[in-house]
Design a protein around this ligand. Sequence first.
Ligand code: UD1
Ligand code: CA
Length: 452
Amino acid sequence: MSGLKVVILAAGQGTRMKSKVPKVLHKVLDKTMVDYVIDASVEAGAEDICVIVGHQSAMVKAMIGTRVKFALQKEQLGTGHAVMQAGDFISDGNILVLCGDTPLIRPETIKELSDMHNSGGSDVTVVSMKADDPTGYGRIVRENNAFAKIVEQKDADEEQKKINEVNTGVYIFKADALKAAFEKLSNNNSQGEYYLTDTLEIIKNNGGKVDIMAAEDADEFLGVNSKLQLSQATDIMKKRINEYHMLNGVTIMDPENTYIGIDVKIEPDTIIYPGCMLEGKTEIGTDCIIGPNCRIQSSIIHNGVTVQSSFLIQAEVDNYSTVGPFAYLRPNSKIGEHVRIGDFVEIKNSNIDDGTKVSHLTYVGDSDVGKCVNFGCGTVTVNYDGKNKFRCKIGNNVFIGCNSNLVAPVEIEDNAYTAAGSTITKNVPEGSLAIARSRQDNKEGWRNRSGK
Ligand code: UD1
Ligand code: CA
């Protein structure tokens, strides 16, 4: 599909969402609706994409980023007016038009549409679907089975309202035919808007060829206008993604209660227990046990790893390590092989090397920890002095006694020990024991003397 240009409509407020956030920025699982539409276009081979922004355009542009072009629709005067704002972007060749509020569209369908349009020599091809409940959609009116026009819900008479073949809002136009149609487009309708849908009738009346691609799967074109439809779209996307992973060999114990983002990768023979959210560009290897109740964002988990009831964000966990229950791995935490991160442990911006155990109630931040280190319960790396952050360095085979504070910057060399309850402020040389607490003093017979 070389040379395909895509215009994505994303300027509307989405009044029916009843939200201060522009409609297309609402998320289905972990990704905004408009990002799904952009990604599907890219996957279908789109060469150039122009997103039409308007309502809260700065916010929409910032969320989308720099991978597309933008055109501004200052006033939202309708979908036809929106496409016109693309200006010179609509030059020659074909223009695919998609709506930013139809996140379920598949790249395969875009390719199929483009192929049909090209092989049929059409001036415009619109995708229609059969809707169980057509309310809200534009109705496709046919004459002698061929395309006649599209009538919007608010302009439809009682007979037209009964038509259940509706406009999905997905079209591909010959640029020349579209530009010619814009010259005749008016806003003479019940909403006083310039409807893109009217350009099809104009193209037909100009002697152009208008074709309809009847889509089989109506789910794919669900236009999200309300929070109710947002949850319906989420449900469909969730099922689609979970089915993909299950057919790929992943065990998902309770698909209803498992939320996996579309960009997540999971290898076969991993088991996902109920209540998990796997998000962003997370990758999970084979033979892992994830859950119950985990949230894992943009993290890399290698093979044979167990993660229970924990929150991981931008972390990496190497083979055969265990995490949780109730652990928190924060950005830039790199956990080696055969490591144990236990309950109520928080790790931030730290490297924990192979075989190390951080079993309970411990905070490790801004630290480089060697192999086979044992952290006693209640250890804290004191990495922040109120202004700056410093690193702790801990060698191999170190034993950190319970309730140690390691005040950074500080280094504990290989094979060293810290005594329980120590506050370590000076480097500890290799193989030594550091005791940094006051000695115990027993006052014998004290109780009787004090008369208690
Ligand atoms: C539109 C179609 C309808 C179709 C339905 C499919 C028109 C007139 N109607 O109706 O036939 O069945 O989609 O989902 O096209 N937008 C702008 N600028 C505007 C108006 C809208 O960018 O001035 C954007 C919105 O942000 C949205 C998209 O266009 O992403 C569709 O607009 P929306 O108001 O949701 O159209 P529908 O009423 O759903
Ligand atoms: Ca819509």
